[in-house]
Design a protein around this ligand. Sequence first.
Ligand code: ADP
Ligand code: MG
Length: 238
Amino acid sequence: MILNLQNIYKDYQQDKLVVPVLKDINLQVEEGEYVAIMGPSGSGKTTLLNVIAGQYRPYAGKIYLFGKKLSAYRGNSLYRNLLALLPQNPQTLFLRNSVEEDYLEFCRMIGYDRTEAQQKTEELLWRFELKHLRKRHPYDLSGGEQQKAALGKLLLSNPKVLLLDEPTKGIDACAKHHLAELLKELKKQGITILMVTHDIEFAAEVSDRCGMLFQGQMISMETPERFFQGNSFYTTAA
Ligand code: ADP
Ligand code: MG
């Protein structure tokens, strides 16, 4: 098991009267799996991913990544060769004036030397079909291109687990199709993916297991076939 969440509770206020944002979340993800978690706006999807990415601490519960407690990963070690989070607004990932400069800078940040940085940047620009966009300002890309450039940037660090926050938000049908293919390809290469999304069709297409988050609680976790055909989706959606 690559990721194991046990009885996770998270709140933004220290106020005992307030209902927690995440309530007793249990989630186990196997290596190479693609898990999708759906849920309405405000149900805690982004919070859940940020907790797993170590950006917020839960006030109760335990998280293990590769059998090691999340809090035991020190400094940058979590984000090097291990875990990457695609934020709800991927634009926030970009800090430089061109895609290429942004990639090179990120490579330096995670500790590659100059040659490695150049090789890795070339490799990702090629793999993600971004070479013609390398000199463009990241903010001037279309929604779909921006999403792809953001994913490419994250892959510079060779993550084994990819966390995706609403990856289909703001992209057109064609870009969405392309993204689905890309994510399936990453899964084939052995990357474990945990995605939260509104996008039911997309989740059904790409995932091995689907879950539903409702008011901070995980309601069900099944294969897409059972999830959409069986009771769980309709009863929980209702
Ligand atoms: P989702 O991604 O499913 O829309 P979120 O995890 O963003 O849900 O939000 C869950 C709940 O937590 C919401 O009620 C939201 O208002 C609250 N919340 C999210 N982020 C913060 C924050 N930084 N400070 C206080 N409350 C927050
Ligand atoms: Mg969200």
